[in-house]
Design a protein around this ligand. Sequence first.
Ligand code: CA2
Length: 143
Amino acid sequence: MKILVINGPNLNLLGSREPEIYGSDTLKTIEDELLEFARNLNQNIKLEFFQSNHEGCIVDKIQSAKDFDGIIINPAAYTHTSVAIADAIKAVKVKTVEVHLSNINAREDFRKVSYISSNCIGTITGFSKIGYKLALLGLFESK
Ligand code: CA2
């Protein structure tokens, strides 16, 4: 099973600022822990990681993901603005789970709107880095 894990803008800064909202782990630590979690599931799960601060690069990556069995995406700020990313997820027809470290429903009003959710099989929000593991389990169990 091949899963693509996409992280959007500024998530490359994790661990350096706003730890009270986003935790103190770096993106690399989160990715390494997800790799370890996948290994422990013992089901020949292959993960590929991609982070970009650019909307078009994220769209290109999603379009190139036709051979994957699932996508886990934290679109970060593009969650609340990007019709392009939402359309790419719909077009590629790969099961996708949306993840947020913070609970976007308990923050500012503009964060309560996700352009992405309706094209995903599910959304996990507010469980910090564990959300990525829950997303992987969700994809695995729905295969
Ligand atoms: O809670 C999440 O995972 C978010 O997707 C994170 C985005 C935010 O715009 C969404 O509303 C919710 C922001 C990511 C920015 O990450 C930073 C990390 C360290 C320092 C500054 C920003």
